[in-house]
Write a protein that binds this ligand. Structure first.
Ligand SMILES: CC(C)(COP(=O)(O)OP(=O)(O)OC[C@H]1O[C@@H](n2cnc3c(N)ncnc32)[C@H](O)[C@@H]1OP(=O)(O)O)[C@@H](O)C(=O)NCCC(=O)NCCS
Length: 155
């Protein structure tokens, strides 16, 4: 894609509806957890978006667990823009910010093993991350039948 028209930036409040639309598409398919517009607004400072020709076409968020450990979550690229390097750009931007904060290890809970493997993440047992399991997973409708894997990268 033409790089001059494509960039990743911090999300702004006006992007909340676009972020909700991108994640809702995959939540309907059971691929990721839905983020409500209210929840996105509350967490907007943790979101990044990919913008192409003025349109928000992808998003991801960071969540801090300790000073050394963070998660990348809510990563999604609109279907028609997949496989063009946008997911990679979003994760790279999040990783730059995490490194600047001194974070040493970043993890994801995901069904997208091939993508994350391609960009340097390795599979690890979910039990390695108790904070995540207890903070969010207890509210997840998939709790007893979780099909996501945990993957981690050292920054
Ligand atoms: C996962 C997702 C964000 C990837 O975004 P993307 O923009 O399509 O990925 P990229 O084009 O940046 O891919 C980067 C690399 O991973 C590879 N890759 C991406 N998706 C892949 C897949 N499904 N299978 C195999 N390889 C894949 C690409 O070929 C590319 O490889 P390269 O190093 O040879 O160039 C996107 O598929 C998506 O939105 N999926 C639905 C939501 C989701 O599962 N989110 C993850 C929740 S944590």
């Amino acid at each position: 894609m033409e790089q001059a028209e494509l960039f990743v930036r911090y999300a702004r409040l006006v992007d909340a509806a676009a972020i909700a639309a991108i994640t809702a598409e995959y939540a309907r398919q059971g691929i990721m957890l839905e983020r409500s517009p209210d929840n996105i607004v509350e967490n907007i400072r943790n979101f990044f978006v990919a913008e192409y020709n003025g349109e928000v076409i992808g998003c991801c968020a960071i969540a801090f667990y300790t000073q050394k450990l963070a998660e990348i979550r809510s990563l999604a690229v609109f279907n028609r823009y997949k496989m063009k390097g946008i997911g990679r750009l979003l994760v790279e931007k999040a990783e730059v910010v995490l490194r600047e904060e001194g974070v040493k290890e970043v993890f994801v809970l995901t069904l997208s093993r091939e993508f994350f493997s391609r960009i340097g993440y390795s599979e690890i047992r979910k039990e390695y991350f108790p904070q995540k399991i207890w903070k969010d997973c207890t509210h997840c409708p998939k709790l007893m039948a979780c099909d996501e894997i945990a993957m981690v990268k050292t920054l």
